[in-house]
Design a protein around this ligand. Structure first.
Ligand SMILES: C[S@@+](CC[C@H](N)C(=O)[O-])C[C@H]1O[C@@H](n2cnc3c(N)ncnc32)[C@H](O)[C@@H]1O
Length: 270
């Protein structure tokens, strides 16, 4: 599959050429295999098949996904969460805090949050219940997330003090399993980011390195508006450190010194 054909496919799916520029080689290979499995000789025939069969389209969308992630990705973000955001939320909401990790890949982001929460528990008398909804379009990633076993490369940003407490060595030190108690309170669910959000009144939404990177403007604006509506007033939206909001909105104020963390206030969307 050449770049022009790949670009045709991206356009058909509402995906962005720029978003895929670094990862297109591997993705193209997977798609070429899918085309072969469906008996499609060229991209035009493939696009017809995707329009004709919902299952083929969903399989294709899953094959387009990239699961790159790691624990404590963007270390400064986790410091801000630990020092500022979580204490603020805990102070204000005594019973329950709802968090949505949208496009959670294999769970690295979610378990990082659980590590911070567990750590907070050691210094706080009574924490509210933390309800985490972790969603992804790709069921294979969700299975890996539930298993919670990772290669060393996923742990390279984990602070030394947390390594031995929250991970157990497996396979002679090649694999690292998260401590089983971190798995409590996490709901893993299949969900497509272009569909309606899987809940409302979230106090934190992680929307990092998926919708805003891989989708074209038209598709991401509409989906982003819905994500924003599912965030509670005074809730926090966290996007990828290299990502930008798809439109300006008075509803989101930058929070602290990080350009990718926002607090929702009452405002009017354009
Ligand atoms: C690059 S990973 C990012 C993981 C994590 N959020 C992070 O920043 O480390 C992108 C994830 O988004 C998921 N994803 C991509 N498109 C999606 C969609 N339309 N709906 C739900 N998840 C999607 C992929 O399956 C993948 O697991």
């Amino acid at each position: 599959m050449d770049d022009q054909q790949f670009s045709q496919l991206l356009q058909h799916l509402g995906l962005s050429w720029t978003g895929y520029r670094k990862v297109r080689k591997g993705v193209k290979k997977r798609i070429a295999r899918h085309m072969q499995d469906l008996g499609c000789r060229d991209v035009s025939a493939y696009l017809v098949e995707l329009d004709r069969r919902d299952d083929a389209r969903l399989d294709c969308e899953r094959l387009m996904t990239v699961s790159i992630s790691r624990f404590f990705r963007d270390r400064k973000l986790w410091k801000t969460l630990q020092k500022d955001i979580l204490p603020l939320l805990v102070e204000k909401h005594r019973e329950k805090i709802k968090v949505w990790s949208a496009g959670c890949a294999s769970g690295e982001e979610v378990y990082t949050l659980k590590i911070l929460w567990d750590f907070l528990e050691t210094s706080t008398v009574r924490l509210p219940y933390l309800e985490v909804l972790a969603t992804d379009i790709n069921p294979d990633y969700l299975e890996r997330a539930k298993a919670g076993v990772y290669p060393l490369s996923s742990l390279k940003e984990v602070p030394e003090q947390h390594r031995s407490v929250y991970f157990q060595l497996q396979a002679g030190g090649k694999r690292h399993a998260v401590k089983s108690s971190l798995k409590n309170g996490i709901m893993w669910r299949e969900h497509h980011l272009l569909s309606d959000p899987p809940g409302s009144q979230f106090r934190i939404i992680f929307l990092r390195n998926n919708l805003l990177t891989y989708y074209r403007d038209e598709s991401k604006r509409l989906a982003f508006r819905k994500v924003l509506a599912s965030l509670s007033t005074d809730g926090f939206l966290i996007i990828g450190s290299h990502e930008k909001l798809p439109f300006e909105t008075a509803e989101l104020l930058p929070f602290g010194s990080l350009s990718f963390v926002f607090k929702k206030i009452n405002g009017v969307s354009p």
